[in-house]
Design a protein around this ligand. Structure first.
Ligand SMILES: Nc1ncnc2c1ncn2[C@@H]1O[C@H](COP(=O)(O)OP(=O)(O)OP(=O)(O)O)[C@@H](O)[C@H]1O
Ligand SMILES: [Mg+2]
Length: 497
């Protein structure tokens, strides 16, 4: 149940309960006021009847006892001698006495003498009466007045209370719904802002700019929630800015470090190569050591190049858009792979006419080479590798498929992470670093495309989707992709202008 509904129901229930209590108390009060008024009237009527009896007492009880002067219509008068009813009648509206049924008259005998008046039901013909009895000499005089007018007015008040309750129910619901809605509106605005923030991709530090709750009045509870919420958003925005700054610093550091490492590495490699070429009478161990230095420096150079490329892609630089013959790139990569791995069966499956896309030729070449190299190096000899291009959904799909042992399903989610390798011990020996697929992913995303992998033993497929209009796709991706850490790729977007 919503808070609003609960509040409205509580208010209405309260209004109805208070009205019911007031109504009930009024009914009880009215009944007792009227009853005590009747009791007073009975006392006076008894006095009048007593006086009359005393004046007329002559041993002739047949005198018209019910007509003492001043008795009101409906007054019941009865006279008992030795417990026997002598006279019992009621005055009608014209002041004429009329008898009452025998059973009713006998019921009068139960009225307690010289006590407070009591209410007795005298049967359906006569109704309920308030009655008092007094001793008059040896006889007993019973005088009473009908309770019907009391019940009448109580019933009328009851009907009135019911209508007030119904009105309170309707009016209370309407007013409570209005008041609760008005009061909760600021809270709804807080909730709206919170769900807007929840839906937002918080990948940029300025994402929360202008997203604030309008109600911040410190005198109201909701206002205090609103201003606390705004402060929290401010903290989050500040933390995001700090994170972005520190990420920027790290990227810059990696880019600078990789850049700076290139020169000394080139020297190491150059000297090692020079020493090897000079030959001469160097001991075997030294020759071996120099060849290791050379090969490791080559490996380190390529690692540094990869890191530099990733850092630049992160910064949104490095992509130069131009028309690229994707078919040509695939043919080159496959030919190179043939030369490098003669024991693998490498095939191509491309349309007969060249497929041209808009992109960065060098980087797309790297994507194809990385995927084909993986298919070569992480599969056993004899594996069949197929590189294909096919038109797909506003762009082209480049697929690299192999019939190798497949990739461990547990490793798949981490496949495109930096330095991720399924079998680290083996990978290290074949000289892999785990940056190849991270570069594929970063380059493809900078082109506004996507890369997917599906792998079961005997069939592993990497599918790279490249859009025809990379600038628009990259812009759309940077606006919607929360996880992209190279969002806002200005070089990629600008290059097409
Ligand atoms: N076609 C494939 N078949 C089986 N495993 C694969 C395949 N492609 C990638 N892998 C696994 O994914 C891991 C990550 O590949 P990635 O290309 O990122 O790094 P790498 O090949 O190990 O190193 P490098 O940086 O030299 O490319 C690999 O180490 C390998 O375990
Ligand atoms: Mg690789």
């Amino acid at each position: 149940m919503t808070l609003r509904r609960r509040l409205v129901l509580s208010i209405v229930a309260l209004v109805v309960a208070v009205s019911a209590v007031i109504g009930g108390a009024s009914l009880i009060a009215l009944f007792s006021i009227q009853t005590s008024a009747i009791d007073k009237q009975i006392t006076s009527a008894t006095h009048r009847a007593q006086r009359y009896l005393q004046q007329n007492q002559s041993g002739q009880p047949s005198i018209d006892l019910s007509r003492p002067s001043g008795q009101a219509a409906g007054t019941l008068t009865a006279y008992f001698v030795d417990g026997q009813v002598v006279i019992a009648n009621v005055l009608d509206d014209y002041g004429r006495p009329s008898g009452i049924p025998q059973a009713s008259a006998e019921a009068l005998g139960s009225v307690r003498v010289d006590a407070d008046p009591e209410t007795i039901d005298l049967g359906s013909d006569v109704g309920r009466y308030r009655l008092a009895a007094v001793n008059v000499g040896p006889a007993v005089l019973v005088v009473g007045l009908p309770m019907a007018p009391v019940y009448d007015s109580v019933w009328k008040l009851f009907a009135g209370v019911l209508s007030v309750l119904a009105a309170a129910l309707v009016a209370g619901s309407v007013v409570a719904a209005f008041v609760v809605r008005q009061s909760l509106r600021p809270l709804e605005r807080v909730a709206e802002t919170a769900s807007t923030v929840a839906r937002m991709p918080l990948d940029r530090s300025d994402a929360l700019d202008g997203v604030r709750v309008p109600d911040t009045d410190p005198r109201t509870e909701v206002g205090r929630v609103g201003s606390a919420f705004n402060r929290m958003l401010g903290h989050i925005a500040g933390a995001m800015q700090a994170r972005e700054r520190s990420e920027q610093k790290v990227r810059q550091f990696v880019a600078d470090a990789s850049h700076e490492l290139r020169t000394p590495l080139a020297s190491v490699r150059g000297y090692a190569e020079l020493t090897r070429r000079m030959g001469g009478d160097l001991p075997k161990d030294v020759v071996y050591a120099m060849s290791r230095i050379e090969s490791e420096s080559i490996r380190m150079t390529s690692m540094v190049e990869d890191l530099l490329l990733l850092a630049r892609l992160d910064e949104g630089r490095e992509i130069q858009f131009a028309e690229v013959d994707l078919t040509g790139l695939v043919l080159d990569a496959v030919n190179d792979a043939h030369a490098a791995s003669p024991d693998h069966v490498i095939e191509i499956d491309v349309p007969s006419s060249p497929v041209v896309v808009l992109g960065d030729a060098a980087r797309l070449h790297q994507v194809i080479v990385n995927l084909v190299t993986n298919a070569r190096t992480h599969t056993p000899e004899g594996t069949r590798i197929t590189v294909g291009i096919a038109p797909a959904d506003g762009g082209v799909d480049l697929t690299v498929r192999d019939t190798g042992q497949g990739i461990d399903p547990e490793f798949l989610p981490k496949l495109f992470e930096r330095f991720a390798r399924a079998d680290s011990s083996r990978s290290r020996t074949v000289g892999s670093t785990g940056l190849g697929l991270a570069i594929v992913d970063a380059v493809v995303q900078a082109h506004g495309g996507s890369v997917e992998v599906a792998s079961v033993p005997g069939d592993t497929v990497f599918t790279v989707h490249l859009p025809m209009d990379p600038a628009a796709a990259a812009a759309a991706a940077s606006a919607s992709d929360v996880s992209a850490d190279w969002s806002g790729t200005p070089a990629a977007v600008d290059a097409t202008h």
